[in-house]
Design a protein around this ligand. Structure first.
Ligand code: NAG
Ligand code: NAG
Ligand code: CA
Length: 368
């Protein structure tokens, strides 16, 4: 990329000796535009030639929770175990009903030893409460601990592993509002908000601040009281954590979060939990499907990942926290930046031509 981008070579270096050699300048500009176009093509094939094509996925039944939820909550031989106020019906696992002060969870009994996986969560959050008079949300887990109650969406605090929260109540915003203070539009969040956090056993989730101090990132996901299906995808491949959502009823995945260097040990448990307080909602799980992803690894990668991870952690967490999410460029953003540069480039050439012909005419007039 650097080679084509450093278009510093001046026209004279490239053989435009005479300062009046306009056609030469024109050619130069065109060449630069052309190289930009080339860059665009190279970039698009790189950026969008995602790893998806070299991946195969297999549904792992022993780690998946699907209809008709055979034996869940009734048989001790089921792969899944219920807890608290969670309840199984024919259509869903209801983690909490739309009632105050409930909490419930469902946990896998089988530790997961897959290195690369994708969890597809089909869920539904609905209730009688008006907007922002509902709470508190649900969480999806991959943790060392299982079957414990607590304040983090019905699970214990200081958990060890990954938590992905669908937070439906803006605690911090409401707190500020009560003090007649407001967020600047840049930091204001629209709830429900999906947020990811990795805990190592001694990091506390700050409920009053909706987990902001420990977040890895997240996104807004308007998921409540909808008539269409809502999905959350958590993908963990080559230590890269990607969260995508499909909540608009368009059968399209939308990026929510994507960070490399997430270290999660093997042998943890999948689970989901939910909690209600003064405000409530039905928090329903329709299914959780776990896919094993087989990924081709280079020898270097293989060696790099050989050392066993014992404590969950995230590389360069400080950088992640400092970087405002708005400035991170997505592939689409890069595409449009390059596209508009290209258009600007062409515009410049056209203006250059117009100015030139005008100047040419003028100078001709002066001569005759
Ligand atoms: C857990 O993470 C916190 C914050 O990142 C860190 O201060 C602490 O040393 C870590 N503890 C362990 C056991 O790795
Ligand atoms: C969680 O960890 C923090 C820091 O290590 C500690 O102060 C707090 O008491 C712990 N909370 C629970 C519920 O264990
Ligand atoms: Ca909250």
């Amino acid at each position: 990329m650097a080679a084509t981008m450093t278009g510093k070579e001046s026209a004279s270096e490239r053989g435009c000796k005479s300062p009046l050699a306009w056609s030469c300048y024109l050619k130069m500009s065109l060449r630069r535009c052309f190289s930009l176009l080339l860059l665009l093509l190279v970039c698009s094939s790189r950026c969008w030639g995602d790893d998806d094509h070299e991946m195969e996925e297999f549904l792992k039944r022993e780690h998946s929770l699907t209809k008709p939820y055979q034996g869940v909550g009734s048989s001790s031989s089921s792969h899944w175990e219920l807890m608290g106020d969670a309840m199984v019906t024919t259509d869903q696992v209801r983690l909490t009903p739309d009632m105050q002060s409930k909490q419930g969870a469902v946990w896998s009994r089988i530790p997961c030893h897959l290195r690369d996986w994708e969890l597809q969560v089909h869920f539904k959050i609905h209730g009688q409460g008006k907007k922002n008079l509902n709470g508190d949300g649900l969480a999806v887990w991959y943790t060392k601990e299982r079957m414990q109650t607590g304040p983090v969406f019905g699970n214990k605090d200081n958990f060890t592993g990954l938590g992905v929260f669908v937070d439906t109540y803006p605690n911090e915003e409401k707190h500020l509002e009560a003090q007649k203070r407001r967020y600047t539009p840049r930091t204001q969040r629209i709830f429900p908000y999906i947020l990811a956090m990795v805990g190592n056993g001694s990091v506390s989730y700050d409920h009053e601040r909706d987990g902001r101090p420990t977040e890895l990132g997240g996104c807004t996901a308007v998921v409540r009281n909808l008539n269409h299906d809502t999905f959350l995808f958590v993908r963990y491949v080559r230590r890269r954590l990607t969260i995508m959502i499909d909540v608009d009823g368009q059968h399209e995945w939308r990026d929510c979060l994507d960070i490399p260097g997430v270290r999660l040990p093997l042998g943890y448990y999948f689970g989901a939990s939910a909690i209600t307080g003064d405000l409530s909602d039905n928090h329903d799980l329709i299914s959780m499907k776990l896919y094993q992803l087989t990924v081709l690894r280079g020898k270097e990668e293989e060696e790099e990942e050989e050392e066993e991870i014992t404590v969950p952690s995230v590389d360069n967490l400080e950088l992640l926290r400092e970087e405002p999410t708005e400035t991170r460029m997505s592939g689409v953003a890069i595409f449009f930046t390059v596209l508009f540069s290209l258009l600007g480039c062409i515009l410049l050439v056209v203006i250059g031509l117009a100015v030139y012909s005008h100047w040419n005419e003028n100078s001709r007039k002066r001569f005759y």
